[in-house]
Design a binder for this molecule. Sequence first.
Ligand SMILES: Cc1ncc(COP(=O)(O)O)c(C=O)c1O
Length: 454
Amino acid sequence: MTATQPKPRQPELKTSLPGPKSAAIIERDKQHLSTSYMRPYPFVPDHGEGVWLTDADGNTMLDFFAGIAVTTTGHAHPHVVKAVQDAVGKFTHVCLTDYPQEITTSLAERMLKHVEKPGEKWRVFFGNSGAEAVEAAVKLARNHTGRSHVISTMGSFHGRTYGAITLTGSKTKYKRGFGPLLPAVSHVPYPNPFRPPLGSTPETCGQAVIDHIENLFVGVIPADEVAAIIVEPMQGEGGYIVPPADFLPKLRQLCDKHGIMLIFDEVQAGMGRTGKMFSFQHFDVQPDMITVAKGIASGLPISCLLAKESVMTWPVGSHGSTFGGNPVAAAAAHATLDLLEGQVKHDGCGDSLFDNAAAVGEYIMGELKKMQADYPFLGDVRGRGLFIGMEFVKPDGSPDGGLRDRASYRMFEKGLLNLDCGEAVIRISPPLILTREEAATGLKIMREVLEELR
Ligand SMILES: Cc1ncc(COP(=O)(O)O)c(C=O)c1O
């Protein structure tokens, strides 16, 4: 480093955690907000800049969490802020269900460029949240095929509305006491190479799940009553899991054989996080529908269902959303795409945020692999781009959720915001503008924490 270069920013902790202002807000939050909210640790964000979040007491933390993989362009990116300010001065709502608007039409066109192949036309439906996109996908699949059954995977997360929690297979707490749920939904194992299901191996787990589904079609579920199979091409909430390379192409073949719609839920892994626009693009496969939310608009609420034109056959008026495709959120999505695609450059992040996610992600993975060699309780490190999971294990190899929780909390206490997932995994899902230097700052904290836990 030369003398003229500014010193990379570091977390700055001015009070004990939580500080007095944060503690007071936490107390009011406990009094008045829904009893269902979880709080992994006592952090009360006040404002953000880039990959840094400052709490109500002025403590500044490095954000490896990004509001659960949402703020792709970091906090308050000037290009996104400007786009939102310009849009909000025009109008805040006019209802896409009734009036077409240039800003959403052009957003649809931009999104479609990332999925359409020669000779294959797609269309877009806009909603507000991931769950709303998932609900739309299932409704469309049923409507289009005239079939009712939907197959999902264990460990999956698809949202919290009734259809979406029925599909979700990650935690029973989402379902307990809320039944009855949607009928005609089944779950099959997800091919996790670190914990291969159905007596398989890391290499054969994809085929094992395919065989399992074919077996269900023989004795349990009539294949010709299955409308759709919905799957996260890389599983998020379930533990940041990358399936073996043959799984999704084989799932495509199975769906084609039985006339089943293949839905890829890209809500968490999509929008550049894995280094490509969609995580399924790491594999040689094309689905019938794609659900997108989280990273699409740097935090403004908008989601979409992308579907092949041959599939999007639901009739006029059969589905809509009052707020879906809101023009201010659409403006934020355009600005986000500008940065992701590299039409607007972010300093220090190469040609595009896709490239940055791939490069910085590879660097983090390499460093975490070194830590894995030093700390045996770090059983697995996996992912693509800035979609990375680190799994904690007991000496017998079983998941160590307790150790993971301690690690997560200590990272927070040292100024690194992070979030758990799966049984014993910490997910690394920072903004895609994270530089190598900022990544190194986070990795240093991680190593210190692992050393403490040794
Ligand atoms: C893969 C996936 N699908 C759907 C959802 C639901 O999204 P939302 O919380 O915006 O409804 C999530 C949220 O975490 C998700 O990770």
